[in-house]
Design a protein around this ligand. Sequence first.
Ligand code: HEM
Length: 219
Amino acid sequence: MVQIANRRRHLHPLPVRIMHWLNAVTIFIMITSGWKIYNDEVLFGWLHFPEALTLGKWAQHGLQWHFFGMWILVINGLCYLTYGLVSGRFRRMLLPIRLSDLIATVKDTLHLKLSHDDPTKYNAIQKLLYVGVISVGILIVISGLAIWKPIQFSELVALFGSFQNARLVHFFCMAAIVAFVTVHVALALLVPQTLVSMFTGGPVVDDQRSTELKHKTAH
Ligand code: HEM
């Protein structure tokens, strides 16, 4: 018989909260310094970011901020991925994402039913957005490495086809993260209870609940 130890912990355990807020500050640094660097050599002639929204006195200074943030983003991101995989948090909170749940949640949202019936679970849209932004986060780091050291990481450049393609991928990942953060912060403000939980940890939940249920139904 498999003995499953019941572990009770906050909905958002302390490591998740620390990593989440550190990531939020770092993303802010990365985006604003990235806009400074972009303005120095634009990809699209029609697009310049307002100087007031950029970080760094000039492009080189923006680059220094970008590299400073890069180390925090990568180290913090690796810690979050390791924690999510090892603790089972990804499996418990972010998976599975079923098409039927997704359609039902989209219908509810279109009917403006934004109620958080069970605040201890993410709905299908949240799961998709979180898994999506984590994947985009990985892609933005990989494309960033290709642009940073195109000779040392020439295989990565080859993966994207060319240096310019890697730049484009890096840019569109940034755009996706900005879109995500806009929706994410708006939703957090619409359902303030979730925002408070991301600071306090939220309700105490049973870690093994879903695993146990699966185990029981298998017999
Ligand atoms: C000021 C900015 C931000 C605020 C106010 C905020 C707020 C929140 C809140 C309230 C939750 C919990 C949602 C819930 O329980 O329903 C959450 C989770 C999450 N946020 Fe943010 N967030 C911010 C920035 C970011 C950024 C920049 C990213 C990534 C680019 C991000 C990625 C995530 C992810 C992946 C989760 C799920 C974490 C997990 O459960 O393991 N957030 N955020």
